[in-house]
Design a protein around this ligand. Structure first.
Ligand SMILES: CC(C)(COP(=O)(O)OP(=O)(O)OC[C@H]1O[C@@H](n2cnc3c(N)ncnc32)[C@H](O)[C@@H]1OP(=O)(O)O)[C@@H](O)C(=O)NCCC(=O)NCCS
Length: 149
């Protein structure tokens, strides 16, 4: 499985389309609702099947020098459960380590909590409801101190 960093306008068009399709469209949210003000300064990765068409995407940004946050994890419906999400998380965590983050937080949708627990994230607290019905949980993972650079 190969991690690709989106670069071109076309890469980002496809990247955001998948984010919208998986995380916004099922709740009838318009195109554009999948983006936010931190996208331009965030680190983005995608896994592609062919021709730089993503089947999985994810994003990481920094809240402060010690704390990174992962958002907008989305894997194409018929590709879920094949390790793509884990591959994206590994790439984002590696980047956070390289940038000397001490820990990573995220706000997991209830359905995805077991996925994050499997790779070492722990629930810190029950958080917000998105679109009135998607419960989120704040989760945290401490990065190994001996790996801090
Ligand atoms: C959540 C998501 C990103 C995980 O990516 P994925 O490619 O499906 O996950 P992986 O195949 O890498 O799964 C790794 C492990 O977690 C498990 N897992 C994944 N999603 C799970 C879920 N919803 N419930 C329980 N276990 C889950 C897998 O079974 C797998 O376990 P295994 O190693 O024993 O086989 C993806 O399923 C997705 O996009 N879901 C819909 C959108 C979403 O909820 N995004 C997260 C927003 S916070």
């Amino acid at each position: 499985m190969k991690i690709i960093i989106p670069v071109t306008e076309e890469d980002f068009k496809r990247y955001y389309f998948l984010r919208w399709k998986i995380l916004r469209k099922p709740w009838n949210q318009p195109i554009g609702s999948e983006r936010n003000e931190l996208d331009d300064s965030s680190y983005h990765v995608m896994v592609c099947e062919k021709d730089r068409v993503p089947i999985g995407v994810g994003r990481l940004h920094f809240n402060n020098p010690n704390e990174a946050q992962i958002r907008f994890m989305a894997v194409e419906n018929n590709h879920q459960g094949k390790g793509i999400g884990t591959c994206i998380m590994n790439a984002l965590e590696k980047y956070a380590q390289e940038k000397s983050a001490h820990h990573i937080i995220l706000y997991a949708r209830e359905n995805a909590v077991p996925f994050y627990q499997k790779i070492g994230y722990e629930i810190e607290e029950k958080s917000y409801l998105l679109f009135g019905n998607i419960q989120h949980y704040k989760m945290n993972k401490e990065l190994r101190p001996d790996k801090h650079v």
